[in-house]
Design a protein around this ligand. Structure first.
Ligand SMILES: Cc1cc2nc3c(=O)[nH]c(=O)nc-3n(C[C@H](O)[C@H](O)[C@H](O)COP(=O)(O)OP(=O)(O)OC[C@H]3O[C@@H](n4cnc5c(N)ncnc54)[C@H](O)[C@@H]3O)c2cc1C
Length: 459
């Protein structure tokens, strides 16, 4: 990923208001960059916002394992300088993704060695809470909580978004005008319907569904600690090994234990079923860690995990002064841990678009910015989408267009890379760099890796 942004620069501010619909990760990060470009940023969030790092109804996935990839972690630290130190002060330890991650690959356990691939492993709730707290310090940013956006307001000839329709928690309907609106309301975004209501086409959708389910439970400590890893991953492996599991340590020395089943082999959410499923995994490590451990939460199931891409970039007509970001555009099968990182990449792209449109102009015309942004966002989504769907399409049970010849070639080639990766530290590091969206997939074809793959194929 070549996207970088110097968010320390002071961009030209448009003396205008922007509304962000949805105050979850994508909405918060978008609001952060827009605070550099607008006089006033208003985030409208349907939930009442908790004053502690807690789950809330609008983000039901927050009980589940949320891994922040290295690329996302770096961008967050760029957007919120000092975040690393703040996390460290909250008992969040550093996770080196090549040293502290024990991954059972098809060729055996991953090599372990230190590298530059570091993040801090905290819970999703803590991360969102800290970002929200940082934003509270922005004088030009306000949060309208317990308020639902029910539609878009357009100008009389319906070319330009001029605000939103709102419903307050007491059921009162109002309106709020703005010069720019961002939809960050997640996978249930109503934008396709709102566009239709005002005479636009809804975007086409591509769906690839591996029918994967999670069952997650939190533990204060695991049975056989001390463990010499921070994360352990038993990966489901097509075509036959539909089950997997993860152990992931977060702040306060707590562990999230996540059981995974592909192709409707959903992990159960009852006590005995959860343990039986853990015992059925390809390696005993997850079961051994939890069999005598004391859980501190119920078992949370989750099954809405399809990859869904809304092609806003293909629409020939799109209202001015409006963009859609985050899961509202593209959701990924969560097992690849991409959503928050892709949302952070999108925030940087939006920042770049505003810089480009406002540079050297005292009264910038933002009319086409939305269209331009959706095309750029589609490019950002391309690689993570390909990685997630190519892998999901290995399963005969996955619903979606069957893989084309390029995808099939990639699947087979990457199988070989993974086999080499379990033996060669430098190949493994490249593999992690690609997964963490630091490097493009093309590095798998650099001569040093290509050569080892060829040797492996003929051995
Ligand atoms: C089970 C699961 C596990 C995941 N694991 C990972 C992971 O490991 N790593 C990772 O990076 N990502 C993961 N993700 C994805 C991640 O949760 C999302 O990509 C991330 O939260 C960004 O989403 P978002 O902000 O676009 O939408 P959401 O997080 O869905 O938030 C949408 C927000 O909009 C609000 N809202 C909705 N409608 C309205 C309205 N009309 N008016 C006002 N407010 C509204 C909601 O209340 C909510 O706050 C996972 C997802 C799931 C489902």
């Amino acid at each position: 990923m070549e996207i970088t942004a110097n968010v320390q620069e002071t961009p030209v501010k448009t003396p205008q208001k922007v509304i962000v619909i949805g105050g979850s990760i994508a909405g918060l990060l978008t609001a952060r960059v827009l605070a550099d470009h607008f006089d006033q940023v208003t985030i409208i969030e349907r939930d009442r916002v908790p004053e502690q790092p807690e789950s809330r109804a609008g983000v039901p996935q927050s009980h589940q394992l949320h891994v922040l990839l290295t690329q996302g972690y770096r961008i967050l630290n760029q957007l919120f300088p000092g975040l690393e130190e703040e996390l460290a002060g909250l008992d969040v330890s550093t996770l080196n993704w090549t040293a502290d991650f024990q991954w059972l690959l098809p060729g055996g356990w991953s090599p372990r060695f230190p590298s530059h691939l570091k993040t801090q492993a905290c819970s999703r709730n803590l991360l969102e809470f800290l970002i929200r707290k940082r934003l509270a310090a922005y004088r030009n940013l306000d949060f309208k909580e317990a308020t639902t956006v029910t539609g878009l307001l357009l100008n009389p000839n319906r070319t330009t978004v001029e605000g939103v329709k709102l419903r307050n928690s007491n059921g009162t309907d109002t309106q709020l005008s703005a010069q720019f609106v961002v939809d960050a309301s997640g996978r249930n975004s109503q934008t396709p319907q709102w566009l239709k209501n005002v005479g636009y086409e809804a975007p086409q959708e591509t769906i690839v569904n591996a029918f994967l389910g999670y069952a997650s439970r939190w533990y204060q400590s695991l049975g056989n600690e001390p463990l010499d890893y921070h994360v352990l991953y038993l990966m489901p492996q097509a075509p036959h090994q539909s089950r997997g599991g993860v152990l992931y340590r977060v702040e306060g020395d707590r562990w999230i234990v996540c059981l995974i089943g592909v192709g409707r082999d959903y992990p159960p959410t009852d006590e005995a079923g959860f343990l039986d499923f853990a015992q059925s995994l390809s390696d005993p490590s997850v079961y051994e860690a939890i069999k005598n451990a004391q859980p501190i939460s119920p078992i949370y199931g989750y099954r809405r995990t399809e990859n869904r891409l809304r092609h806003y970039e293909r629409l020939s007509h799109f209202p001015n002064n409006f963009v859609v970001v985050g899961d509202a555009v593209c959701t990924f099968n969560p097992v690849y841990g991409q959503g928050m990182t892709v949302a952070s990449l999108a925030a940087l792209v939006l920042d770049q678009c505003f810089k480009q449109y406002t540079q050297h102009r005292s009264n910038p015309d933002l009319k086409d910015l939305g269209k331009h942004f959706q095309k750029k966002l589609a490019l950002v989504n391309q690689t993570p989408w390909l990685m997630a769907t190519a892998d999901d399409l290995r399963w005969s049970t996955t619903a979606g267009d069957k893989p084309n010849i390029i995808t099939r070639f990639l699947q087979q080639y990457i199988d070989k890379v993974i086999l080499v990766a379990s033996e060669r530290a430098e190949v493994y590091q490249s593999f992690i760099e690609v997964i963490h969206l630091i490097k493009p997939t093309t590095i798998f074809f650099k001569p040093s890796i290509l050569w080892q793959v060829i040797r492996q194929a003929f051995s």
